[in-house]
Design a binder for this molecule. Structure first.
Ligand SMILES: [Zn+2]
Length: 205
């Protein structure tokens, strides 16, 4: 299915799963991966997905579990408990690298194709603290459907597809496990996106 943003026509393509492939998604407990999970549900991935989470100090494991429980209850997705991967004690970008190493070495039996909700840093948000994000899929094992989007597109998809219930259960802050510091770059990005859309974020964690 192709999803076209109401904001500027940016497109997201999600192909249905192939019978001979195993699929997984990186679930951070955050907003972007929850929207991607919904799109995968719409495209026939129920009962087909393994979930992986990097157990960061921000409580990502707890938040990812909440997201899984919500989708299983709301959409009967039959998602298993998330599998923890990667070394959360290393620098951010290296964390993703250690997670990938774990997945392809220890869990290759569960995953041929890995979905990731990675998206781009908007130029307005470049302040020297922004994360360095890939601009394309590194190889054929990865799917980055949101790679050309900004946070605004993803928040607007949330409204367009009636996913408001993910606002209170998803967590973006990298400094506090169950609240928002309002100061870290990720808190800033989420707040920026809602402000751009003239909307109010109903979440508080
Ligand atoms: Zn924060």
């Amino acid at each position: 299915m192709i999803y076209t943003s109401r904001l500027d026509g940016a497109q997201v393509t999600i192909n249905p799963p192939q019978d001979d492939k195993k699929y997984a998604i990186m679930l951070s407990g955050g907003f972007d991966s929850a929207v991607l999970l919904y799109f995968l549900h719409e495209n026939g991935y129920d009962g087909r997905l393994t979930t992986f989470t990097i157990p960061k100090a921000d409580g990502s494991h707890v938040h990812a579990t909440n997201v899984i429980n919500y989708f299983n209850q709301a959409y009967d997705m039959k998602l298993p408990q998330t599998i923890l991967v990667g070394d959360p004690t290393v620098f951010h970008r290296l964390m993703s690298k250690t997670a990938a190493e774990d997945i392809w070495s220890k869990h290759a039996d569960k995953c041929d194709i890995l979905y990731n909700a990675l998206n781009q840093v908007h130029p307005d948000l470049v302040d020297g603290r922004e994360p360095q994000r890939d601009r394309k899929e590194p190889n054929e094992k990865y799917r980055f459907p949101f790679v050309d989007l900004y946070k605004t597109h993803i928040v607007d998809f949330m409204y367009e597809y009636g996913l408001e219930a993910i606002m209170p259960i998803t967590h973006s802050c990298t400094d506090l496990p169950d609240a928002r510091c309002g100061k870290c770059w990720q808190c800033g990005e989420r707040a920026w996106a809602f402000t751009q859309l003239l909307k109010e974020d109903q979440g508080t964690i």
